[in-house]
Design a binder for this molecule. Structure first.
Ligand code: HEC
Length: 254
């Protein structure tokens, strides 16, 4: 059945924005990822390690690689390293799989490649769309991940968003409650909506970088490659002129 779904997300000003979905599912909020803003990526790395690595691993990434790519100095790298970790260590989660399974029923998935699998917009929407749902184990649900098994880790900073439901009449006459939109928290979070938005954007940017670190190198080399091609074209042009000068000297026989 096609879900006609209108999803409202409290925007930066705390005013709700209506986004109509084109079809099934919840419309995603767009996020711009800027790899050249190394400070933002570093803030994202800090948030990731402080708030996500408790439960999740990102085992395809190493601390040293982050330091090289983000051009971190020694102190910045040291600040990222958890106790016992070396620059060459993989970014493992801090929770044992057994403990996680017992607590959450699932092992929190490795997040190294999650941005590539789900996309930056999905991640951004996911991290900002937890809402109060007392029927769930952690007291929260998620608009893009129904019945999510992850707690709302930013509840203190964002405040807990409140759901508004609409009654949808099913073909058999029964009424189904559907999430219509989310409203601001009853108790404001410790961060303003704008601050929280920045924090999540930086975090998502870091996760996008993490899922494809080579992309950053491509972006660094890109301009040099273009300059090289430009110089090469000028040289080619000069060579061409040189050749044609001789050819044009040949008299016309006709
Ligand atoms: C307290 C433990 C815990 C913390 C902290 C935590 N997560 Fe999770 N996360 C989980 C669990 C458990 C799941 C699996 C949920 C499920 O399958 O229902 C999950 C799922 C996810 C998913 C969905 C993955 C998928 O395959 O669809 C993403 C994305 C995610 N977490 C990102 C984050 C980010 C980013 C942070 C840090 C801001 C974070 N998590 C912090 C426990 C945690």
């Amino acid at each position: 059945m096609i879900r006609a779904f209108v999803f409202v997300i409290a925007n930066l000003l705390g005013i709700s924005t209506v986004l109509a979905s084109g079809g099934d599912g919840v419309p995603l909020k767009h996020v711009d990822v800027n790899f050249s803003d190394k400070a933002a990526l570093y803030r994202g790395a800090e948030t990731y390690l402080a708030r996500c690595a408790t439960c999740h691993s990102a085992k395809y990434m190493r601390y040293g690689r982050v330091a090289t790519d983000l051009k971190l100095n020694k102190n910045q790298l040291a600040a990222l390293l958890p106790p016992g970790a070396k620059p060459g260590s993989e970014m493992m989660g801090f929770m044992s799989e057994d403990y996680a399974k017992e607590t959450f029923g699932v092992v929190p998935p490795d997040l190294s490649l999650i941005a590539r699998v789900k996309g930056a917009d999905w991640l951004y929407t996911y991290l900002t769309s937890f809402y109060a749902d007392p029927t769930k184990r952690w007291g929260v649900n998620n608009a893009v991940f129904p019945d999510v098994g992850m707690p709302d880790v930013f509840a203190a900073e964002q405040g807990v968003l409140q759901p508004v439901y609409t009654d949808v009449k099913l073909p058999d006459g029964s009424i189904d409650k559907r999430l219509s939109h989310l409203e601001g928290p009853l108790v404001p979070g410790s961060m303003s909506p704008a601050e929280f938005d920045h924090t999540v954007k930086d975090l998502v940017s870091f996760m996008v970088y993490m899922s494809e670190p080579a992309k950053m190198q491509r972006m660094t080399y890109g301009p040099y490659v273009l300059i090289f091609i430009l110089i090469f074209m000028v040289l080619l042009y000069l060579v061409k002129k040189e050749y044609w000068r001789d050819i044009k000297k040949v008299p016309d026989n006709d």
